[in-house]
Design a protein around this ligand. Sequence first.
Ligand code: GDP
Length: 352
Amino acid sequence: PPDSALHVNKGIDAPETVNPNFVRKSRVLQTVEYYTNGILLGDRTILSQAFTIIESTKPEHQNLAQQIIADCLPHSGKSFRVGITGVPGAGKSTFIETLGMFLIETFGKKIAVLAIDPSGSTSGGSILGDKTRMEKLGTHANAFIRPTPSGGTLGGTARKTAEGIILCEAAGFETIFVETVGVGQSEIAVKSMTDFFLMLQIAGAGDELQGIKRGITEAADAIAINKADGNNITAAARTRMEFENALHLFPRRTHSPEPKVFTLSAYTGVGISDLWNFIQHFESEIKVNGFFEQNRHNQAVSRMHDTLIEALKNRFYQNISLKNKISELENDVKNSKLSPYEAAQMLLNYEL
Ligand code: GDP
């Protein structure tokens, strides 16, 4: 509706500064303690600065980032992490705004919103790039919203988001949403760093069951059919039934409650509290039966291996003395002088 808070305002040109004494702060790095203490005090400005350092690829920033993360780690882990996926337009940001404000207003919770953009870039602003999204949440003192880290591979971006979760938890954020566009690998990345995975769907898109084919539905702990309002209510209920039927095809869960399908409206808020009740039920069940902790430990071990693989790959390809050898052997493979396997083995031997 036109009275929605979610619309794009026309921008204005930033005026020249009127303060003659204004000096733009240079981006000097502060000490580790400056960042860690600020984060532990819940200072959102310092938290943002720390995110910028984590996201930087400069070696001196990376060093500092690793120290900040190490210092925050003992204070982390206490949030409940909710992953959210859905195609562009499914209503992810509207939903997070509504649910986030509900949690703040009802329970006084502190909410952080992070994202993983599969394109790994902010161009086009497909995810959280647009500042006018989540207007209320974005300006609320209990909320922290960080757009997806730009640039780099999906693996690199995902790693930065996972590190960001640690900082947010150390800063006292209790519910952390990690949003991604539902187009493949990024969903697996989000699943690998969250405790609860929500799939947001819409009725009548014609391809609502697509997720089932891609196996994403099987990973979902809940499916929410959004936009169940106005003359869309019947279609949403039908889609809900289709998903409920589809869920029967999957193996039963052994460690967590069976996934459930909800209809809701991020606009009107109808259905939001039902979904939240289920998420809370899910959280307490997996905390009691130990799966919560076990899952986080497994996630940490996987992250170690992912990081190692990424580092080994980088080290290998950044090895200057290998560069010529690689292009030489590429030619040999092209000309069928060597099989790809022989060439790969030779490069591995060459490195040693
Ligand atoms: P995202 O790309 O998944 O983040 O989707 P947005 O939150 O930007 O929403 C996409 C469009 O759907 C926007 O025009 C929203 O205003 C609209 N929308 C979101 N939630 C609802 C809802 O519950 N009901 C209706 N009718 N429209 C919604």
